[in-house]
Structure formats: C-alpha cells, structure tokens
Design a protein around this ligand. Structure first.
Ligand code: NAP
Length: 288
C-alpha cells in the first residue's frame, strides 16, 4: 500500500504566504484585485469561479466576477479583457475555459496583458513556460510538480510518462518536466499501448479527462502517480483519471479530490501575487 500525496498542508502553506503578501501590498497602498470572466452557464465554470471568489475573500484579495451570456460576441469579450488589462486597479485576469465554440480562445487570451495573465494563457506566457523565462505559468502543471517536491521526490534523471498533451495541463507540463531534467514520454489518444509506457515509468502523470482510464494493473509496483484529472460522477462524487486502487501497487499517489486540484487553487493566487510583483517591477523600469 503506497502513500497518499495529499496537498492540504502544502496548499495551506501557500495560502498563508499569499495572505501575508496580500496584507503587505495593502499596507503599501495596493489593494490586490482579480477580475474573472465566465461565459455561458456551464455549471463547472460557474462552480470554479465561485470557489475562487470564496478563496480570494479569505486571502484578502478583491474578486470581480463577470458573467456573460453564451451568445456574447468575441469582440465584446476582447473589449472586456482589454479594459481590465488597462485598468491599474486590476492585477489579475482569469478566463474560465472552455469558451463557447463561436469564440476563439486564443484571440481573447491575446487581449490579456501578459503581466496580469494569472492562468498563463497568453502567447508570451506560453513561451515563458517552454523556455523558463520569467512569466506566469499555468497553475495545474505547477501543482503536479510542487506536490512531488513537497513529498521529497526529485525529477532529475527520472522517467516520467505523461498521459495527455492538452493545452491546460499536459502540454505546459511537458516543458516544465523537461526543465526539471526528467526524461519525458508523452502519451495521447493515438498511443496504441498506454500500459507499455506506464510500465517503464518511475513517475506517471495523468492529465486526460477520462475517469479510471489508467487501471491499477497498468501501474508497475513502486511507481509514483500524480493524477490531475477531475470528473464529477453522476452521484456527485469527484474522481480522477487513475483507478484509486492503484495506491495498492504504487509507491505514492495523489488523491482526487485532495491532490493536484487542492494545490492548484492556492497556486493560482500565488500567481496573482507574482503578477502584482511583475507589474510593480515593470512600473519601476518604466519610471527610470
Ligand atoms: P484536454 O485538453 O481535453 O486534453 C486531454 C488529453 O488527453 C489530450 O492530449 C488527449 O489526446 C488525451 N487523451 C484522450 N483520450 C486518451 C486516451 N484514451 N489515452 C491517452 N490519452 C488520451 O484536457 P485538459 O484541459 O488538459 O485537462 C486534462 C484533465 O485535467 C481533465 O480531467 C481536467 O478536468 C483536468 N484539470 C484539472 C485541473 C486541476 O486543477 N486539477 C485543472 C485543469 C484541468 P489527444 O491530444 O490525442 O487528443
């Protein structure tokens, strides 16, 4: 039986640091503020945004939640995020994804000031995620790596099998894992023998979006498993991509819920604090 890699303690630590930084900013006259945009009435998007609003309140961060109808135009969305980008009182911009099919996500993302892009979706921050240049990197891939490190696991020289190459989790994580000096194998929907690649891994990271797609039989004893998947079952329970029974063969495994997602929310607000710092640094450079 392996060890559950629970994120509660690390997330609490990150939140305490964020609250202290928010307090420090307030004392210096900056009231940290995030603006979030939800388009349509997708229950998951509304739920995530409401959760962030509650966390923000606890951390001393102002949170403006703007809801737009599903038939809003791309131009209207671009106008909203452009205004927030110009507004000095807004320090972070969050765009709940997915957007409706008639809207180009990248066109809206491009209108966000990269220094306020706490989700790391702008082209400048995507590049920063690839190269390691300073920027704002998406929180979920960060969470996968921070969770491993919190339990003392290192990535250098390890064989990591990453399942999923999506824009939100898999693709940015691929670059981050390589920068941590891991040897990364990326599996996706066209990978014919997923089990083969999983058996050769020291560390498995699942970022697919299909409940239980990785069964316990696919996991080699001694493997460390990070499960970034989140699904709500018809009975309301939350589950991940990996069969929870895999804990019986794995050395360690992150639970769902209580793992990657728990830390992700905290890291999103850590990104917001970093965004304020980047904006203040840019302001100082412009004043020189
Ligand atoms: P996505 O864009 O839909 O990407 C899914 C990936 O899974 C794709 O690369 C796809 O391959 C691959 N895939 C699909 N079927 C597969 C199969 N049978 N075998 C192997 N790979 C397969 O998803 P995402 O937005 O990156 O999100 C991935 C998961 O993370 C979701 O469960 C999402 O809910 C979760 N998530 C969690 C958090 C968190 O905080 N924990 C945050 C965001 C997202 P192709 O590229 O070939 O299509």
């Amino acid at each position: 039986m392996g060890v559950w890699l629970r994120a509660k303690e690390t997330a609490e630590q990150v939140r305490a640091e964020v609250a202290a930084e928010a307090e420090r900013q307030r004392a210096n006259g900056t009231i940290p503020k995030i603006a979030a945009l939800v388009v349509g009435n997708d229950p998951a998007s509304v739920y995530y945004a409401e959760t962030k609003r509650k966390v923000a309140a606890k951390l001393g961060i102002e949170f403006e939640l703007m809801m737009q109808p599903g038939d809003v135009t791309q131009e209207q969305l671009i106008r909203i995020v452009s205004e927030w980008s110009r507004d000095a009182a807004v320090h972070g911009i969050m765009l709940e994804l997915p957007l409706p099919a008639h809207i180009s996500t990248s066109a809206v993302a491009e209108a966000i000031d990269p220094l306020k892009d706490v989700d790391g979706v702008t082209p400048a921050n995507r590049l920063a995620g690839m190269t390691g240049e300073p920027g704002l990197v998406p929180a979920t891939p960060q969470s996968c790596i921070r969770l491993l490190k919190a339990y003392g696991y290192t990535l250098e020289g390890k064989n990591v099998t990453l399942v999923g190459r999506g824009q939100t989790v898999g693709l940015p994580l691929f670059h981050m894992l390589q920068r941590e000096q891991a040897t990364v194998t990326v599996c996706h929907s066209r990978t014919p023998d997923l089990a083969f690649h999983l058996k050769h891994a020291d560390i498995v990271v699942a970022a697919v979006g299909k409940p239980g797609i990785i069964t316990w039989e696919m996991i080699r004893p001694g493997t460390i498993v990070i499960d970034a998947g989140i699904h709500e079952l018809p009975d309301g329970r939350i589950t991940g991509d990996v069969d929870p029974h895999a804990i019986e063969v794995a050395e360690a495994m992150s639970p769902v819920p209580g793992g990657v997602g728990t830390l992700t929310t905290a890291l999103l607000f850590e990104n917001a604090m970093r965004a304020i710092w980047l904006q203040q640094q840019a302001g100082r450079e412009a004043a020189r």
